[in-house]
Design a protein around this ligand. Structure first.
Ligand code: BGC
Length: 769
């Protein structure tokens, strides 16, 4: 846990501020200042070009390329991966004065500042450029991505000459020529490009997957057109002259419309896509830069009204958690068909833009309580990719559906066979997500229509992937890898078995409820999915006989059969220079002892918290925590939540220490690769489920708030049962009310209350069962 903060950005409750230009830190800042609106994302790179280290990252959700590796002779191995591809740079600019090109790597500048306003979603960058001949120009760049209509974005440049009058040349275009960072190749073919007096458009197609991105923009401002830009065959653009007057601000603006087409999982045809492109430019006529900026800020205001977490007395975490909430909404809000939450969101190319079990396990709760439509849409991704999961099951000699451990289109993209073949938790996470969603929203219709087909196939996989022990007394999963990726091929991993059992029980429960409430249609379901009583009985039987390794005496779940007897490693004695371990220890050495990467037993104790006594949680927490090295950023928050539950407040706060500022303080020293989007979701859980003590896995929404010593107070909102509940906590206790005055039933410290528009205030209680 020896992580050290790289304190760099200015602390401010609503802004991320960088003062002064530090080329060494520029790639980290590029990630931090990423903008996104689920549809597209763009890193905080310098649009005017920069010859220093930079990742010109411009991404579209669901637009990916494919790479084929050598085919393995072994069945079930993955040799084709798909990765989010770097796309059109729609912010492309070049700025010249007297033939001198602005490039922050070589140009002389002063008063550099970047500001990301979390409240409005607007990102600005300003500095004074001092040319070789001593001309001083103040430049301010501004950009935003529209939240109302995610195809739209704006860019503005304000230019103020401080000590001269004269011309500045601006080249502005749309650029498909950038390479993908991982592959180091440009992966686009150009289909079309065109310019008019004050506009341009471009259409690119990915070389392998033949997906399309169309981009067009309309320029406006104090400039005159000089001609077309001829920088490279994959760029289209215009050259403009702006005649500057000393002390006067001149403006250059553009509104951009981007349209993507990924072929799969989208209800529109290629023809429809082309006709959208045809009208795109003319549709920009109806928009105005400032109007779009304002309406986008309005979207953010409404979002903050129901999503903000306010922390009093802790400026660092205040800024940190707002940054996390901002990034969650930027990454995903459930509008775009086929969109996913990549482990790095739309902010970088690490993890290839792939989505993991993190989505249902860590991200879904945020959406269930902040944007239920998005939660549903996330689950729809798994419904839409069910056929792929069925194909994958066949490849792995299973029946039903085996969901991929890492994916962008629904296909398995993880080339590490031990993860791709042995980890069942992506599949059980889908069932868990459905269950959690239904448990909170009571949306049975969704479960009946979309959940049942997924649950049936998941249950089939569980009934075929597992096996009976030698004397057929219990059922379990052999040769698996649980969430703790440091135990490679184990038998009866407790998490896998527990989730397997819960999934089978939930599937049977949903089908039973369906039979009771829609008896006339039940047989149709049986017929449609070829379900027989024998198959259902078998699911029941394996659930009943599922082996859950547990030491009754010590009340400790055994992470897998034999875990208790593994050689012990004192993780506190591992030199900090050995971290991250996977770079310093051989792969097999990591697997040979009782050291764990991230919560495994503790994970299911958190997910199904209501089923376990505080005593059991405490005993397991005390056993597993000293063995965990938290090599995954998903780990500390779960420990923090459980530590709060068992009254270890100081430890809980220590674990929380870097949750909200993982990227702002570059704790893992890899923020330059992109943000840790799913651990950002864990930071939200850390406050709401941790200190707020919320639990959403029981029959009723529960809270057991506490307050970290350092904080004067905090508040958060969760949207639930048709209203938004506001929870305000200070040193004297917690108060609850609904924002629109609806009556909502909740439990606080195990007692039931009906809350409404009037605040009810309750003192703190610490419950030891
Ligand atoms: C973790 C996985 C996680 C993945 C993506 C890995 O380091 O061990 O649990 O799914 O990162 O976040």
């Amino acid at each position: 846990m020896a992580k050290i903060a790289d304190k760099y950005f200015v602390t401010d409750p609503w802004n991320i501020i960088e003062e002064g230009f530090n080329p060494e830190y520029s790639s980290v800042s590029e990630s931090i200042f990423s903008l996104g609106n689920e549809y597209m994302g763009v890193r905080g790179y310098f649009e005017e070009g920069y010859s220093g280290k930079s990742l010109i990252g411009s991404y579209f959700n669901g637009i990916y390329e494919r790479q084929e590796g050598e085919r393995s002779a072994y069945k079930g191995m993955v040799n084709i991966t798909e990765f989010m591809v770097n796309s059109v740079n729609w912010l492309y600019l070049r700025i010249k004065i007297d033939d001198e090109i602005l490039d922050l790597s070589n140009s002389k500048i002063k008063d550099f500042k970047r500001v990301l306003n979390l409240y409005t979603g607007v990102f600005t960058r300003s500095f004074v450029w001092i040319t070789k001949s001593g001309k001083e120009i103040f430049l301010e760049f501004e950009r935003y991505l529209c939240m109302m209509d995610a195809h739209l974005a704006g860019q503005k440049l304000e230019i103020k000459p401080l000590n001269f009058s004269g011309d500045i040349i601006i080249e502005a275009g749309l650029d498909f020529s950038n390479p993908h960072e991982m592959v180091r190749e440009n992966l686009w073919n150009l289909e079309d490009k065109k310019t008019d007096e004050l506009s341009c458009r471009i259409l690119g197609s990915t070389i392998g997957t033949k997906q399309k991105v169309f981009s067009c923009c309309k320029f406006s401002g104090d400039m005159t057109t000089m001609g077309d830009l001829k920088a490279s065959s994959k760029i289209v653009g215009k050259i403009f002259r702006v005649s500057l007057q000393e002390g006067k601000v001149s403006t250059f603006k553009r509104i951009v419309k981007n349209i993507s087409w990924n072929g799969a999982r989208q209800s529109r045809s290629l023809c429809e896509f082309y006709s959208e492109c045809e009208t795109a430019l003319s549709s920009l006529e109806e928009y105005d830069y400032e109007f779009l900026k304002k309406s986008s800020a309005e979207w953010w205001k409404n979002t903050w009204d129901i999503s903000d977490i306010e922390i009093k007395g802790d400026e660092l975490n205040q800024q940190g958690i707002r940054y996390c909430i901002f990034q969650m909404h930027q990454t995903y809000h459930g509008v775009q068909e086929g969109a996913v939450i990549g482990a790095k969101g739309l902010t970088g190319e690490a993890y290839s833009g792939n989505t993991f079990w993190d989505t249902e396990t860590y991200c879904l709760p945020f959406y269930i309580f902040n944007n239920v439509k998005a939660a549903k849409q996330l689950l729809m991704f798994r419904y839409d990719t069910l056929e792929e999961a069925k194909k994958r099951a066949k490849e792995l000699d299973c029946e039903g559906a085996f969901y991929p451990i890492a994916t962008i289109s629904g296909k398995e993209c993880c080339t590490l066979w031990q993860h791709a073949s042995l980890q069942l938790q992506a599949t059980t996470a889908v069932a868990y997500g459905l269950w959690h969603y239904e448990n909170v929203t009571k949306d049975k219709e969704f479960i009946y229509t979309y959940g049942i087909p997924m649950l049936i196939e998941i249950a089939r996989m569980l009934a075929s992937r597992g096996d009976w022990n030698n004397d057929r007394t219990y059922y379990g999963y052999y040769g698996v890898m649980g969430p703790d990726e440091f135990q490679m091929m184990v038998n009866n991993n407790c998490y896998t078995n527990y989730l397997g059992k819960e999934t089978l029980d939930y599937t049977l429960q949903v089908l039973n409820q369906y039979r009771e409430t829609r008896p006339d249609n039940y047989d149709n379901i049986l017929e449609k999915y070829n379900l027989t009583k024998t198959e259902l009985d078998y699911w029941q039987k394996i659930s009943e006989k599922m082996f859950i390794p547990y030491d009754e005496e010590r009340k400790i779940y055994e992470q897998h059969e034999g875990f208790f007897h593994l050689p012990h490693v004192d993780v506190d004695k591992i030199p900090t220079t050995d971290f991250p371990l996977y770079h310093h220890w051989t792969y097999d050495r990591i697997y040979r002892n009782d050291m764990i990467k991230q919560p495994d037993v503790l994970m299911f104790l958190f997910l199904y918290n209501d089923r376990f006594s505080t005593d059991v949680i405490k005993k397991n927490y005390e056993y597993y925590t000293p063995r965990c090295i938290h090599e995954s950023s998903l780990s500390p928050s779960v420990h923090s939540i459980l530590a709060t539950q068992i009254g270890k407040d100081k430890v809980a706060y220590d674990f929380f220490g870097f949750a909200t500022r993982m990227d702002l303080d570059n704790y893992n020293r890899n923020t330059h690769e992109g943000l840790h989007t799913t651990s950002i979701a864990a930071a939200w859980m850390n406050i709401v489920y941790g200190f707020g003590g919320m639990r959403s896995d029981g029959k009723m929404l529960k809270f057991a708030p506490s307050i970290p010593d350092k904080w004067e107070g905090y508040s958060f909102c969760v949207t639930y049962a048709g209203d938004t509940i506001k929870v305000l906590i200070d040193k004297s206790g917690a108060s609850f009310h609904t924002l629109n005055g609806t009556n909502v039933k909740i439990k606080v410290y195990q007692k039931e209350y009906t809350i409404n528009g009037n605040e009810i205030k309750l003192p703190f209680v610490f419950e030891e069962e």
